[in-house]
Design a protein around this ligand. Structure first.
Ligand code: DGJ
Length: 694
């Protein structure tokens, strides 16, 4: 007997089938199928032949491949019984609950011990499929590995794209050729990590940013993930995502994966980016006040570090407000005896040496300047040199001889007393002061990965959010070490990187746009000489790169010359004038013919306007700029395009290139097929082009 189910939106169909009561298998995933497709026939058509050297029947590539069915690749579940013996289930169909955009499938193993349940839903507007799995057991079991429902990967694909990174170097794209065997990525650091962002894009042959077919995956969990992309000897391919292995350290009767977000795109990698961006922005992030425009930030970290001095901070705040800042964020150094990064983490009380009258004088001053006030915490961490550690050494996670990270240890977030303490201390600072924003940091990896730690962190954030529902939270972990849809269901912004180097940020932001919309991606104008790269960068480039995302400043404003301050004021004013529509826009990565140019187009909802940011990260190989093809415009309509910053053309741009002298009216067809020819420019500069549908 064959049972079939399908989930559809306007551009994709996902078909699952269970044969002979076995676990279901994805038998089709791709462009939308006709409504009257015969799913049983499709399932039979999907089966592959048998020849020499093969089993007599090919085992299904099911949503949880089972070793007991002779599956020749990585299984979806590895579990042991209470005595530590491997338990090898063979699942049989129990029931389905099928609604229009949702499907729940339940299977029980023949031994009657385990129940496996898979949940699928499809969002007709964002095109994102959410899938998760859970296991229930009649007796305590030890879980080694549980995959979220397993999807097949296309065979007409030559490579996969995943993401590596490091401190100050997040979102580095890797392209790896498919070949027999597995590509295995596992993050065992206990946080989402810079090293292995939990995402995967599988482009079909010939796909570009703007065209072709592609499949996208993201695992929404902050405790470290495992990804397996495997090609079986018969050519079939599977993609598995789940928590990192063995991070459930206690026996239990219920285990669940986080949500795997997946989609098929028929319009290139941008189809994946737009789906992820919209889903995150419109379905996952819960802004306390969605109508409130994203405020321009000022963060004092790179201006003062731990050296907090009230009159100086007041002067910095005044200058930041004059530049256009709307929220002042007081970073590390305001609590305990936190004079450097060796001490005081977890002593979350205002340092009376630096703030004898508490934070109120600074907050009042900031409010008087028309800004709101944000503050930094690193709740999950503790220094040995802290009052809290001296009182509760047993609260630290890991052994006494553990290797420290940034001179600190993590707190054991699985302990209710630790969470209660943090809730009370952080809550008191939020209750006693008028604070609308928390920058929540997490600067070290865990001594060992443990899912209970992540659940503890989630629980604390959830409690604080419900006690202080108007406070927004930024997820930071030495920059971009905790960015995923799990944490973003509880926070509102990410600190993408500790690198404020605009050249590096240009690339990072561009790659991160495969998953992240503008509204959650913090981007600050750093100091003239970048603190993490030593590069000296012109204010125009720094300002425009920050204006691509949720804009802010992080330099000491006292270093700005009058000209630099004026440029920053102007770009900030431009950002404020455009942020409303940009907040809802899709960021489209453009296929730049020049590898030196990293370009993207923010296209407003409805397509009525756009802005193109074309950043020249280095000197081009050829002399003249290559035309830049735009995307997703209406071919037979006209657009008025104008260089926003044409005054930035250098003297060496000597010609009368048309865009330099004013707006042009061009068709969508021309802009998409020939592309926009920009004036010549120096490296480390940005052209900004505004477009309007006429
Ligand atoms: C690491 C963060 O990424 C920085 O922005 C800053 O907040 C420091 N921690 C403070 O210690």
């Amino acid at each position: 007997m064959i049972r079939c189910w399908r989930l559809d939106d306007s551009r994709q169909s996902l078909v699952l089938a269970s044969q002979k009561d076995h676990l279901a298998e994805v038998v089709y995933w791709g462009p939308r199928l006709p409504d009257d497709e015969q799913l049983e026939t499709l399932t039979r058509a999907h089966s592959i032949d048998v020849t020499g050297g093969m089993l007599d029947t090919n085992p299904e590539l099911s949503i949880c491949p089972e070793a007991t069915r002779t599956f020749p690749g990585q299984p979806g579940l590895v579990i042991r019984d209470g005595a530590g013996r491997p338990y090898l289930p063979k699942f049989c169909f129990v029931e389905d609950q099928a609604e229009k955009d949702r499907l729940i499938l339940t299977f029980r193993d023949q031994g009657g011990v385990l129940t496996y349940r898979a949940y699928f839903s499809i969002d007709p507007d964002t095109h994102v499929i959410e899938a998760r799995a859970e296991i229930e057991s009649t007796q305590p079991m030890y879980l080694h590995w549980l995959a979220a429902p397993v999807f097949p990967a296309p065979q007409l694909s030559d490579e996969m794209i995943d993401f590596a990174g490091r401190w100050c170097g997040e979102f580095q794209m890797n392209r790896t050729a498919w070949s027999a065997g597995i590509r295995y990525r596992e993050n065992r650091t206990g946080r989402t990590g810079h090293e292995h962002f939990p995402g995967l894009i599988v482009p079909c042959r010939g796909a570009t940013n703007a065209s072709g077919q592609a499949y996208g995956f993201h695992y929404g969990w902050s405790g470290g993930h495992r990804m397996v992309a495997e090609e079986l000897p018969d050519g079939r391919r599977q993609v598995q995502f789940g928590h990192a292995t063995r991070i459930e350290t206690e026996p239990a009767t219920r285990f669940a994966t986080a949500t795997l977000f997946a989609m098929f795109s028929d319009d290139g990698l941008n189809g994946c980016s737009v789906a992820f961006q919209r889903h995150l922005r419109d379905r996952i992030v819960q802004f306390p006040d969605p109508a409130r425009p994203r405020p321009v930030h000022y963060n004092c970290w790179e201006a003062v570090y731990f050296d907090h001095n009230l009159p100086e901070l007041k002067e910095i705040a005044a200058r930041a407000a004059d530049l256009g800042a709307e929220r002042f964020v007081l970073d590390d150094g305001w609590f305990g005896e936190r004079d450097d990064d060796t001490r005081a983490l977890s002593d979350w009380e205002v340092d009376p040496r630096k703030y004898p009258d508490g934070l109120t004088p600074l907050i009042d001053h900031v409010h008087g300047l028309g800004m709101t006030f944000g503050i930094w915490f690193e709740p999950e961490m503790i220094n040995a040199d802290s009052n809290v550690f001296r009182a509760h050494p047993d609260w630290a996670l890991g052994g006494e001889d553990q290797i420290l990270g940034r001179q600190q240890m993590a707190l054991n977030m699985a302990l209710p007393e630790v969470r209660n303490f943090l809730f009370e201390r952080v809550g008191k600072v939020l209750a006693d002061n008028d604070i609308d924003y928390v920058k929540w940091d997490h600067n070290r990896v865990l001594p060992m990965p443990d899912a209970a730690q992540t659940r503890g962190s989630y629980d604390l954030i959830d409690r604080l959010r419900s006690a202080f529902p108007t406070v927004e939270i930024e997820s930071c972990a030495s920059g971009g070490g905790r960015i995923d849809f799990g944490i973003l269901g509880r926070t509102h912004r990410v600190w993408l990187s500790d690198s404020n180097d605009a050249v590096e940020r240009l690339r990072m932001q561009h790659n991160a746009a495969l998953f992240l919309p503008m509204v959650v991606t913090g981007s600050h104008v750093g100091p003239r000489t970048c603190h993490t790269s030593g590069r000296i960068i012109d204010i125009r480039f720094r300002a425009w790169v920050a204006a691509q995302r949720h804009m802010g400043f992080e330099m000491d404003p006292r270093e700005l010359t009058a000209d630099e301050a004026q440029v920053l004021r102007q770009v900030t004013a431009w950002w404020k004038a455009n942020r409303d529509w940009m907040a809802g826009a899709d960021i489209l990565r453009l296929d730049s013919a020049d590898p030196a140019v990293i370009a993207e187009q923010h296209l407003a909802q409805g397509g009525g306007q756009f802005v193109v940011f074309a950043g020249k990260s280095q000197t081009s190989a050829q002399i003249s700029p290559r035309p830049l093809r735009l995307t997703r415009l209406t071919a037979d309509r006209n657009y008025r395009v104008e260089l926003v910053n044409r005054a930035d053309a250098p003297g060496l741009s000597r010609g009368d290139q048309a865009l330099k002298s004013g707006p042009l009216v061009l068709s969508g067809a021309y802009l998409m097929n020939n592309g926009l020819t920009l004036p010549w420019s120096f490296p480390e500069t940005m052209w900004v082009v505004k477009g309007e549908l006429l």
